[in-house]
Design a protein. Structure first.
Length: 256
C-alpha cells in the first residue's frame, strides 16, 4: 500500500494523481499532508506540486469527464473532508478505465454519488457566501469583509465579486483558514495574514472610514423598514440564513 501526500491545493492533488500513474502504483491512497498517517510509514511519499504535471492531468480529465466532471472534482476537494480524495481518485480511475462511458452520470457508482453530494454542499455554501458577504469601508479605502464558510469556497466566489465590484478595491478574508483574496482594481491576489477578530470595538472602529458607521446605520434602517412584521417567519428565515452567519451580517449586528 502506497500513501501519497500533497499540499492541500488542487494542483497538488492533480500532481499526486500524475505520480500514481507515472509510477504505475496499483494500490495507492492520496491524502492531504499533515493528517495522521496511520500504518503507511513504509509506503509514504510526499508529492511536490508540479504545475506542468497537474495541467496534463487536468486536460486528460476534462477530455474524459467534461467541465462538469472537473467542477465536481474541484468542489469535492474544497470540502477539505479528510477522506474526499478516496472518492475522487476512485472516480478518476473509473473514468480512465472506461473512457467511452460518461461516468459522472452513473449515480449507481458510490463514489460518483458521493462527489455529487460534495458538489451540492459546496455549491450551496458558495451561493450563501455570495449573498451574505457584507463589506466595510476602511480608512485605506478598501472594502473589507470577513467570512467563516464551512468549506473553502473563497477561490470560487472571487470571480463573482470581481465582476460585481470592478471599480473598488476589496479584500475578503476567511477567518477559519487565515487567508484572503485581495482585488486591487487590476488582479486578484491571495494573501496570508494573521487577523485578530477579538480586538476591541475601539480598535475596530479606528480601521473604518469615518462614514462607515453611518452607512451601516442606514442599511439597518432600510432592512428594518422593508421587513414586513406580519409576514415574519422565523423558522423559514433560519433555514435560509443560519445563525452561524449572523455575526458578519450588518443588519444583525447592534448599533455601535
Amino acid at each position: 500500500m502506497y500513501l501519497l501526500t500533497y499540499d492541500h491545493s488542487v494542483e497538488g492533488f492533480f500532481s499526486a494523481v500524475f505520480e500514481a500513474y507515472e509510477r504505475k502504483l496499483t494500490n495507492v491512497i492520496i491524502r492531504k499532508e499533515g493528517l495522521p498517517m496511520g500504518l503507511f510509514s513504509e509506503g509514504l511519499r510526499r508529492v511536490s506540486t508540479n504545475p506542468r504535471k497537474a495541467e496534463r492531468v487536468y486536460v486528460k480529465l476534462k477530455a474524459l469527464m467534461g467541465e462538469l466532471g472537473i467542477q465536481k472534482i474541484i468542489y469535492s476537494l474544497l470540502t477539505e473532508e479528510e477522506y474526499c480524495e478516496r472518492y475522487i481518485f476512485d472516480v478518476i480511475k473509473y473514468a480512465i478505465k472506461y473512457p467511452k462511458v460518461n461516468v459522472m452520470q452513473d449515480m449507481s457508482h458510490p463514489s460518483v454519488l458521493q462527489l455529487g453530494k460534495y458538489t451540492k454542499s459546496v455549491h450551496r455554501e458558495k451561493h450563501r457566501m455570495e449573498a451574505f458577504v457584507r463589506f466595510k469601508l476602511t480608512c485605506d479605502d478598501i472594502y473589507f469583509a470577513e467570512i467563516e464558510p464551512d468549506f473553502n469556497v473563497l477561490p470560487i466566489i472571487a470571480k463573482h465579486f470581481k465582476s460585481r465590484y470592478q471599480d473598488q478595491k476589496w479584500l475578503i478574508f476567511d477567518q477559519t483558514r487565515s487567508y484572503g483574496i485581495f482585488y486591487d482594481l487590476y488582479k486578484l491576489e491571495i494573501i496570508q495574514m494573521k487577523f485578530n477578530r477579538q480586538s476591541n470595538r475601539e480598535e475596530g472602529l479606528e480601521m473604518l472610514s469615518k462614514d462607515e458607521p453611518l452607512y451601516q446605520s442606514l442599511w439597518r434602517t432600510y432592512y428594518s423598514q422593508t421587513n414586513i412584521r406580519s409576514r415574519k417567519n422565523t423558522r423559514l428565515h433560519l433555514l435560509h440564513v443560519p445563525k452561524r452567519y449572523w455575526k458578519y451580517l450588518t443588519e444583525k449586528i447592534p448599533e455601535y
